[in-house]
Design a protein around this ligand. Structure first.
Ligand code: PHE
Length: 345
């Protein structure tokens, strides 16, 4: 290139415009190549030719050419820096505190079930599971509730229309975990101690204390010389451990076809310790579960000699336990999938 023909002013304008228009890393790389590549870059050539210029030309062109050289290099450097702040390069600040990761946690019902299993496990109970679909023999007949017996009305049932087993038994969604008593006793010989957690279904309207599906824990202990006193001692120990304080317990006479005698179990209000408060409607007591001594007809259905063995059975609402423990006033929250609720556990 002929040094005399260098229009350094025009070059300056062009370079500044190109730099201002550059967006992508590739734009800056192109500018760098065009002006500063060792052999062919426009500016590199000018810089190399400076020594051949007249002194006067060198004075006007020299400083400008050097200035443009630094300008291009610093703009290209700045562009590459801001790219890495964009996160799109491999550059990473390993000293920066990391983002907090959200990890999942157990549902309140699962937490309560863990507690219940641990406490009963400590008293020698094992855990069994049953099926959510049962036939009416296991859910009713075997539990001393024959067909057409009015006691069936105690459990509003979801019947499954389409499915019948070979034996023409009607299928249903189990209304309680009690049918698992029968399955368990058919397969295990006494002495028995078992709890059965599981989901049950009732064809009912929902409100703050009723769901059409909820969780129960069935309990069963069968041995020689088992009495109501054993039941009371074991359940009272369970409540003390579960609520972490001394809980009083009382049995009220009740009726279930599969237990005789049957009772409803009340505990001293865990909110006010029996003083009387809105949670216990000022009575000092809370109704918690149904229970009783296993009816001889139930032993008969399961093939166990009721002359030799006795037992107690109980059914606790798991949702109700969770509501008491965590002071929750609406059972529907458990299935509501509301994260504001769930994140508290
Ligand atoms: N199965 C009964 C219910 O769901 C509860 C219960 C279980 C009562 C065992 C007595 C003995 O209401």
């Amino acid at each position: 290139m002929e040094p005399q023909k260098i229009d350094i002013k025009l070059l300056e304008t062009t370079i500044k415009k190109e730099l201002a228009d550059a967006r992508e890393t590739s734009d800056f790389e192109a500018i760098l190549k065009k002006y500063l590549e060792k052999e062919t870059g426009v500016l590199s050539k000018i810089l190399r030719g400076l020594k051949d210029l007249s002194e006067e030309e060198r004075k006007t062109i020299g400083p400008k050419a050097n200035e443009l050289n630094s300008l291009i290099r610093s703009e290209v450097f700045k562009a590459s820096q801001s790219k890495s702040e964009d996160n799109s390069s491999d550059w990473e600040d390993i000293t920066e505190p990391s983002q907090e990761l959200e990890v999942g946690h157990l549902h309140p019902i699962a937490l309560v079930l863990k507690d219940v299993s641990r406490i009963f496990g400590g008293m020698g109970f094992e855990i069994a599971l049953g099926s959510e679909i049962e036939n009416d023999w296991y859910n009713f007949d075997a539990l001393n509730i024959p067909k057409d017996h009015p006691a069936r009305d105690m459990w509003d049932t979801f019947w499954l229309k389409e499915f019948r087993t070979e034996a023409k038994d009607k299928l249903l969604l189990r209304t309680h975990t009690s049918p698992v008593q029968i399955h368990y006793m058919q397969n295990q010989k006494p002495p028995l101690r078992v709890i059965v957690p599981g989901r049950v279904f009732r064809h009912e309207m929902t409100d703050a204390s009723h769901e059409f599906d909820f969780f129960q824990i069935e309990g069963l202990m069968v041995d020689q010389n088992v009495s109501v006193a054993n039941f009371s001692a074991i359940l009272n120990e369970f409540f003390n451990q579960f609520f972490g304080k001394e809980v009083k317990m009382k049995l009220r006479p009740s009726f279930f076809p599969f237990t005789e005698p049957s009772f409803e179990v009340d505990i001293s209000c865990i909110n006010c310790d029996g003083q009387g408060c809105p949670a216990c409607k000022q009575t000092g007591w809370m109704e918690l579960m149904g229970a009783g001594m296993v009816h001889p007809n139930v032993f008969k259905s399961a093939g166990i000699d009721s002359k030799k063995y006795q037992g107690f059975a109980f059914g606790i609402g798991l949702d109700r336990l969770a509501m008491l423990k965590y002071k929750i006033n609406d059972i529907r929250l458990f299935k509501g999938c509301d994260l504001r609720f769930l994140k508290q556990f």
